[in-house]
Ligand binder design. Sequence first.
Ligand SMILES: *Cc1c(COP(=O)(O)O)cnc(C)c1O
Length: 405
Amino acid sequence: MSRQMNEMIEEAERDLLHTYNRYPLVLDRGDGVYLYDSDGRKYLDFMAGIAVFAFGYNNREFNDALKYQIGKIIHTSNYFYNEPAIRAAHRLKELSGMDRVFFTNSGAESNEGALKAAMKYACAKDGRNDHEVIAMHHSFHGRTYGALSVTGNDRYRRSFGPMACNVRFAELNDFDSVEALVNDRTCAVILEAVQGEGGLVPAEEAFLTRVRALCDERDILLIMDEVQCGMGRTGYMFAWQKYGVKPDIMSCAKALGCGVPVGAFLMTERAAARSLAAGDHGTTYGGNPFACAAVNKVLDLFEEMELVKHVRELTPYFESKLDGLVVKYKSVRERRGAGLMQGLVFDRPVGGIIGDAMKHGLILINAGSDILRFVPPLIITEREIDEMLSILEPAIAREEEKNRE
Ligand SMILES: *Cc1c(COP(=O)(O)O)cnc(C)c1O
């Protein structure tokens, strides 16, 4: 590492709140599926800014669309209408089959809105203010208080005092565990169709179908968090579309803005009619013309590049290659996930492998300490998968060798 990069990192560690153990890299620019650090070193990116950069970095058309919008207006507040937001909302409705859209600035904020909508929906029915949410163990919904309340990971919640809503945790893919928690105060079930941070665990179709039926029976809203598994990542525009189980409310972010901070929550007309009304919810930035110009161009590029189809076509190749590692390396226990959202479960912490791969020009992340997570840009091809493996395999082999000594 150059002295300059080292100095930047030291300065960052003096000035920024230390809430992340960052990798010792200053990233400077990106191009396609490659990233460059401030010393000019090149990395193949299989992380995509945590499942964000669907079509890779420095996309000319995307950059031009943002510049065009900057030249017109980037912010209006929600006291006015703006054309990019109107268009983006319409297109998201068409893609999802949902009826109403609220734009936010992040995934956590999208879940906040979704939870408030569910609380209001239940309150409008029975006038009570003590409703409960059922969430899943090992889920991740964000770091703000409402989103944190329904995040099924004690490590993120402990030390932060009372949570923002009453929540009970069930087990994903265990219907009985959900049903057992339902009572007359339950207002919502929130879950991810494919758990991301929790370890790349897909929901089973029978489970989702039964949860949907239970929610219908008891007039409980089903919230699906599509922040990570949405936007084409699993080979469907939204992961729930694979199951034919439609949520009442869904949240979205990450790849929605492909680097521009924007999120959304969407709901059916039935949920909207009896939940958030004028004055119930708001945001200064959410849905501003700059963020929504990004959304519109993201959706254009998804169409033009046929990204969802591409993911579906590439998945068998990716899965077979990862399955090959399970067979070949004894430290690799299992592959799981969907589409270009995959995990390799190891019998040991994966930090050493990630560090080794990074030294050799490959960027990967973990999900929990023992799982390698693959969430590459959706534009990768078989060639980049092979390139990734040519760096990852020796890293796994070296890690196994190291532990043997
Ligand atoms: C990343 C993530 C969030 C939080 O999104 P932020 O934009 O970081 O607030 C919420 N839910 C899921 C499933 C995520 O992966």
